[in-house]
Design a protein around this ligand. Sequence first.
Ligand SMILES: Nc1ncnc2c1ncn2[C@@H]1O[C@H](COP(=O)(O)OP(=O)(O)O)[C@@H](O)[C@H]1O
Ligand SMILES: [Mg+2]
Length: 197
Amino acid sequence: MGKIIILGSEKGGVAKTTSTFNLAYALAKEGKKVLAVDFDSQANLSTCFGIEDTAAVPVTIGHLMMHRIEDEELPDASEYIQSRNGVDFIPSSIMLSVVEAKLRLEMGAERMLSGILEPLKERYDYILVDTCPSLGSLTINALSEADGVIITVNPQLLAMMGLQDFLKTVGKIRSRINPALQVEGILLTMCDARTNL
Ligand SMILES: Nc1ncnc2c1ncn2[C@@H]1O[C@H](COP(=O)(O)OP(=O)(O)O)[C@@H](O)[C@H]1O
Ligand SMILES: [Mg+2]
């Protein structure tokens, strides 16, 4: 049974996407079966996987979320899981921002990702989810579904302050929605060893 790991932080530009991409290939190199999920409407991870025009992708994670919100059946996995050099991924597009707006009015809004990733757990060793730089409904959906979270932090003062808020949210998710959620670790990114930060 696969493990769902979220890469999250409240800040943008702290290497969530880069870390998701590198971790996916590092795990694949170890012989693990990996699915990377782009869960950010900026679709940077999809671009890393070589998709030039994300708006033209027929089925993205945004489309799947929309099916869940409308209580419709999901398309076959072959229609939305793509593969590059031994790593599978589900792309995103700007459409995910429409989903985020829609989630605000939905019942059970924090569990919409559940019906999408849960059935895929048996196919993979790891499902890595790249999230957007906010603690909005999309990130809460991802945390509600995860076994673990890796928090990326750039060791600078303002980024460190965001870490406190993020840990507080993880605590709330654990007590209210997903008791299995573990903090896998805090990953310091883009460290400058010359400073004592
Ligand atoms: N170790 C690193 N050293 C230098 N630049 C990096 C490193 N990791 C990521 N970057 C760059 O920092 C920027 C932000 O990274 P990104 O992964 O997009 O962050 P996020 O997903 O958190 O917004 C990108 O331009 C990326 O190429
Ligand atoms: Mg990103």
